[in-house]
Design a protein around this ligand. Structure first.
Ligand code: NDP
Length: 269
């Protein structure tokens, strides 16, 4: 049976084994997928031992940057993010790294909102998750992308690295006059503390979808605020979690799993 795993610390909370077993079932595959708690100082050794038999793995907090440094080759999203969440071993023994978070976001956004082509996007936050999303968002054909972050330098750094004329940056709450986004993505961790990332109700006047990467049983603080101020749709990051996993599953197995049932099953857990 082909072996897969997710590496992290902590790892008990990870839904990845459940998600990947559901994918495998829908694709009529038998897989072994384990959660592996990695000691803080032995990520590289643990992964290298795993790949003596394993086919692919996911990497989660706090090892995504170490995974980027470990792999022999990284895809464009991982290169910009300097973070890898998916690794596969090639037939000649090379480790290839991918960052599927952005594909996960874009796929879920498109499935709940529709095409992103020619849309104006406000991305709040410039941490690892935001970095992973910039390349796939640009690839989806958006019109422009404003990256807003509490620490402006981090947003500026992403823009400098990307060199794409559609990107601009601003500090928290400094949205340019008369620029109203169609899509607002909260990639900050503020919702984990039930805080807003410095959002202003006026930004939602033209907003077709307000997306929070954080997910939970209840709508997040950001989603509630977006609803109050007129955002037509509000989504949390559960769909992104499932879609980033689906992209990893396809990288490893070349099979495209159905995600709708998996999202529903997780929602009802
Ligand atoms: P990082 O720690 O790399 O970045 C955190 C970001 O949040 C930074 O931009 C930081 O700003 C900002 N921030 C934190 N607190 C506040 C606040 N109170 N007000 C304003 N900004 C704030 O984390 P990640 O980018 O890796 O992850 C961000 C979130 O996305 C996490 O909550 C994570 O759970 C979620 N996530 C969800 C995924 C999914 O599949 N649904 C996938 C990946 C991540 P500053 O730079 O100024 O510190």
């Amino acid at each position: 049976m082909k072996k897969f795993a997710v590496f992290g610390n902590p790892i008990a909370q990870s839904l990845s084994p459940v998600i990947h077993q559901m994918f495998a079932k829908s694709c009529h595959l038998d897989i072994d997928y384990q959660k592996i708690l990695v000691p803080m100082d032995s990520f590289n050794a643990t992964v290298q031992t795993f790949f003596k038999e394993g086919v692919g793995c996911n990497v989660t907090v706090p090892f995504k940057e170490q995974a980027y440094n470990l792999v022999d080759k990284a895809d464009p999203a991982a290169t910009l993010a300097k973070a890898v969440n998916t690794i596969k071993i090639t037939s000649d023994g090379e480790l290839h790294g991918f960052n599927t978070d952005g594909i996960g976001l874009v796929t879920d956004l498109v499935s709940c909102y529709g095409t992103l082509k020619d849309k104006s996007v406000l991305l709040i936050g410039a941490g690892g998750a935001a970095r992973g999303c910039v390349h796939p968002l640009l690839e989806s054909g958006i019109k422009d992308l404003l990256i807003m972050n509490r620490t402006l330098e981090k947003a500026q750094k992403i823009s400098d690295e990307m060199q794409d004329s559609r990107i601009s940056v601003c500090a928290t709450a400094a949205l340019p006059d008369k620029w109203l986004p169609d899509v607002i993505v909260n990639s900050t961790s503020a919702s984990l503390q039930n805080k807003l990332p410095g959002a202003d109700g006026k930004w939602f006047a033209n907003c077709g979808v307000a997306y929070d990467m954080v997910y939970g049983k209840q709508p997040t603080t950001f989603m509630e605020f977006a609803q109050e101020h007129g955002a037509r749709l509000r989504c949390d990051g559960l769909g992104m979690l499932v879609e980033q996993a689906a992209a990893a599953f396809t990288i490893w197995t070349a099979s495209v799993p159905s995600t709708t049932d998996v999202k529903m099953a997780l929602r009802n857990r």
